[in-house]
Design a protein around this ligand. Structure first.
Ligand code: TYD
Ligand code: MG
Length: 451
């Protein structure tokens, strides 16, 4: 076979070189050249007379509903926006061992009842996949399996098998003959993903890539994968707890920031349909340094416990946070000091969101600050207490979106007293719930001390 020529392009400036160099000859960036296939210049490149193409008016284009194939797993359908779209390409990322292969095998089995499915495994043998499926209780599974890592063979198999859905587990193991780089390298992953995406679009096969996450938390190799595919899902969760979250961070066919909640059991992943309170730890009595907040993930309110520990530190005290933004923690400590007179200057401050959940919304601020002050003073907040609200640098407490829903969810779960931003105070009293509305952080701290 005639091998296509390789061309190394710089990730920084786009400069090209026919061979790999440590330093880009165009912009002097180090280690930025990545292998790709050299394109032969198109015939029409400099030809002036290329025929004009027909252009349509947007309102005239037929916008029929996308045809979706439900995965048969409700929580996964929720993050996908109702199922896998025909010809759509989904990337599922996550740490090794978190349950990607398990979930996809379960989903493929459920889908195999209404469509042809193909599972391409590059990490395990067919026998290993079979063993897993038996453990999952899928004895008579109709899922078709192939253990293969060469791109061209995989593509040919997809064309021959014509599945409705195909899973590539994982994209990092696939390599193309056209490139000399090793499987898993940026060049290979990018090229293979691009080729398979093209195949999905032209043939209407839905393809799901499994991608591993590197130590620094990005999808191994290239973030470029995120641009190529239609939907990016991430698996999160504390590997030591059985709960797993699947979060959509990009979705061309649905809402982002929707989450699916699963529990890992002996028989695979089971959806948790009412996840509201699984991120609360189970204390007998209230403990200092803990505060419950209501966060909104996608369309659902979730109650999450945040914990803070303030302890005397050395000359350069540490500020660490797990599941919450560290820069934001530094800001909150400054606001506490400046506006509420609470100084943690010589103290180590640790903050943790229970259950391995990651909270990115600023509405967590108030609960984090109350937890910090509780730990510092060694006093627990009362039983049934929760808080939410954003705190600004001027010490003002700002409203959180969809406050009523948050209050109602907490009341439903038996919470009885809350500190919330003034604008989120309920218009009509909610039964069993005492709400204290505040405008400033010092007010909130005073109130919490008196509760
Ligand atoms: P796996 O799907 O292989 O993870 P990934 O593909 O993301 O690397 O999940 C493996 C883990 O899940 C493994 O540690 C065992 C656990 N597990 C169960 O607890 N129950 C099960 O039914 C299965 C199949 C796996
Ligand atoms: Mg796996």
């Amino acid at each position: 076979m005639n091998k296509a020529k390789s061309l190394y392009t710089c990730n920084e400036c786009g400069g090209a070189s026919p061979k790999w160099l440590g330093k880009c000859p165009s912009c002097d960036a180090w280690n930025s050249l990545v292998e790709g296939i050299a394109e032969t210049p198109g015939k029409h490149r400099f030809q002036a007379l290329v025929a004009a193409q027909p252009v349509a008016t947007l309102s005239d284009i037929d916008a029929s509903e996308l045809s979706r194939l439900p995965t048969g797993i409700d929580e996964l359908d929720r993050v996908l926006g109702g199922g896998i779209v025909a010809g759509g390409v989904v990337l599922i990322g996550g740490d090794p061992g978190i349950g990607k292969s398990t979930l996809l095998l379960q989903a493929l089995d459920a889908m195999s009842r209404s469509a042809r499915t193909l599972y391409v495994t590059g990490e395990e043998s067919g026998a290993q996949v079979a063993l897993r499926s038996r453990r999952l209780g899928l004895e008579s599974s109709q899922v078709r399996v192939i253990a293969e890592i060469q791109l061209e063979k995989i593509a040919a198999t997809i064309i021959a098998e014509q599945p409705g859905v195909c899973v590539i587990d994982s994209i990092q193991t696939v390599y193309s003959e056209e490139l000399t780089s090793a499987p898993g390298s940026v060049a290979q992953v990018r090229e293979c993903a691009a080729q398979l995406t093209r195949l999905a679009k032209s043939s209407g096969v839905s393809i799901v890539f499994v991608g591993h996450v590197t130590k620094d938390g990005t999808l191994a190799g290239p973030r470029v994968l995120e641009h190529i595919v239609d939907t990016v899902l991430y698996f999160e969760g504390d590997p030591h707890s059985s709960f797993r979250l699947v979060r959509a961070i990009k979705n061309r066919f649905g809402a982002v920031n929707e989450i699916g909640v699963f529990a890992m059991t002996e028989r695979g992943l089971k959806g948790v349909s009412n996840p509201s309170a699984i991120f609360l730890s189970t204390h007998g009595d209230p403990v200092p340094g803990s505060c419950v907040l209501v966060t909104i993930e996608g369309t659902r309110p979730l109650l999450v416990e945040v914990q803070a520990l303030v302890d005397s530190g050395g000359p350069s005290p540490r500020r660490l946070s797990v599941g919450l933004d560290r820069d934001r923690l530094a800001m909150m400590l400054a606001v506490l000091h400046r506006h509420a007179g609470i100084a943690c200057l010589d103290q180590d401050v640790f903050v943790n969101a229970v259950g391995g959940v990651r909270i990115s919304e600023p509405a967590a601020d108030l609960a984090v600050m109350l937890a910090i002050q509780g730990s510092l003073r060694g006093r627990a907040l009362p039983r049934g207490f929760f808080a939410f609200g954003e705190v600004g640098l001027a010490g003002e407490v700002r409203p959180a979106p969809r406050g009523q829903e948050r209050l109602k969810e907490a009341a439903k779960l038996g919470f009885s007293v809350a500190i919330v931003p003034k604008a989120n105070a309920p218009r009509r009293a909610i039964e069993g719930l005492t709400v204290h509305a505040v405008e400033r952080i010092e007010q909130a701290i005073d109130l919490a001390r008196g509760l």
